[in-house]
Design a protein around this ligand. Structure first.
Ligand code: FAD
Length: 400
């Protein structure tokens, strides 16, 4: 009989097990995968963007945006950095507060394993859980390695992104089994796709990258970012699209500003007088040449013949204003997302209104806890999702 069984030896599960074990609880950590923490291993291109120095509640999406406050305040990026220091793990800031390991993400896994060992956590890897029972004595896990009994159960099985790495909806199934509500899950931090025929004229821009502003949604559901955009054969990707994908709802447009931070109409009109440059040269100074050529070619096809060769001095003001507006407000309606196979995280999950924000315990089911990505708290791109995994894991580990 254990005090605590944690299902899911990923970021949140290992953190929680280590904290609980070091407090003297008898903890068993169960995972169906052969290797622990596969997502930490592949994260951040193998260097794990393990936190963001500016992480705060505003960087997370949830139907209940205040839920994450307490856990995030109780375990901050600075706390995680102190842990790294104790384990002599070197790190650096890349940009926008994103912190990465100098060497490999393996060092984070080794650190968490060592922390679990310091708490005498018992490992059950390669151990699928078929069924969970609940009685007066606590929880019974029927697993591929026999029956495990524990007074308390922590569910840390993550989200559904990258099923090829063993991601499942197990956490959501357990939530439903015990009568908790689930906010509809969907892929997030994911490339957006477009109707193949519609995208075809833009597919040759594959590989073009530039910084853009973009937004989608209204009111509280509005997402707005300044990030790098990447054109692909099938649609758009890069950090800009991954960020906005978490806010995008099917059928809604996204609006891309291809000249962020500028007033293109004013610039074009101000430099017009006596300017013999053709518009393709002007836009070529603003963007990668391939994009400038394609943009003007498509505008010509859409009823503005001769636009590319038009000299700035000869261009009517109305034409320049319309061109600037199209560039600042390129409006597209994606047909969908590239799905869980390409997503970095799952949006939605266990409804936080059924959980206690200090302990992560289900309000209506004593001894049952949910942490990490399984919960309806989704971070922006840039280290926020790991910070939530650490913080929710620690909050739970302390409360168990
Ligand atoms: P996970 O780390 O996914 O752990 C869940 C564990 O549960 C896994 O070990 C899994 O095997 C186990 N499990 C699942 N189902 C079952 C089951 N039925 N029975 C038993 N065990 C089960 N976030 C960042 O902040 N920074 C990054 O750089 C970053 N890079 C990423 C790159 C990629 C390609 C991906 C896919 C994600 C990335 N993320 C990143 C997101 C981050 O990895 C997750 O948000 C984080 O790992 C969630 O932690 P977790 O502990 O909740 O779940």
């Amino acid at each position: 009989m254990f005090d605590v069984a944690v299902i899911g030896a990923g970021a949140a599960g290992m953190m929680c097990a280590a904290v609980a074990g070091q407090r003297g609880l008898r903890v068993v950590l169960v995972d169906h995968a052969q290797r622990l923490a596969e997502k930490i291993r592949i994260s951040g291109g193998g260097r794990c963007n393990f936190t963001n120095i500016g992480a705060g509640p505003a960087n997370f999406l949830s139907e209940n945006p205040h839920f994450c406050r307490s856990a995030l305040a109780g375990y901050t990026p600075q706390d995680f950095l102190a842990l790294l220091k104790r384990h002599r793990i070197a790190w650096h800031e890349k940009h926008r507060g994103q912190l990465f390991c100098d060497d490999s993400s393996e060092s984070i896994i080794d650190m968490l394993r060592a922390e679990c060992d310091a708490g005498a956590v018992q490992w059950r890897m390669n151990c699928p859980v078929a069924e969970i029972g609940h009685g007066e004595q606590g929880y019974t896990l029927h697993t591929g390695q026999g029956t495990i009994r524990a007074a308390k159960l922590v569910v840390a099985t993550g989200g559904m992104a990258i099923p090829q790495l063993g991601a499942t909806d197990f956490g959501l199934k357990i939530a439903r089994q015990f009568g908790l509500k689930v906010v509809e899950p969907r892929p997030a931090l994911v490339p957006l796709t477009f109707d193949a025929a519609q995208w075809q004229p833009l597919s040759e821009l594959s590989g073009v990258a530039l910084e853009v502003g973009l937004h989608t949604g209204q009111g509280k559901a509005r997402g707005e970012f300044l990030e790098d955009l990447l054109f692909t054969h099938r649609g758009l990707s890069g950090p800009a699209i991954l960020q906005i994908s978490s806010f995008w709802k099917p059928g809604e447009p996204i609006v891309v500003d291809l000249a962020p931070g500028r007033d293109l109409a004013a610039e074009l009109l101000a430099s017009k007088s006596g300017n013999r440059q053709q518009l393709h040269t002007v836009l070529g100074g603003l963007w990668p040449k391939r994009l400038a050529d394609r943009w003007l070619h498509l505008a010509e096809q859409a009823g503005k013949p001769g636009l590319a060769a038009l000299r700035l001095a000869d261009a009517p003001d109305k034409t320049l204003r319309a061109l600037a507006q199209d560039i600042h407000q390129w409006t597209l309606v994606p047909s969908g997302t590239a799905g869980y196979k390409k997503a970095e995280v799952m949006r939605g999950g266990v409804d936080t209104r059924g959980l206690d924000q200090k302990s992560m315990q289900a309000k209506a089911v004593p001894g049952l806890y949910f942490i990490g990505e399984t919960v309806d708290v989704t971070g922006w791109l840039g280290g926020y999702n790991f910070q939530w995994a650490w913080a929710s894991g620690v909050a739970c580990g302390r409360a168990l």
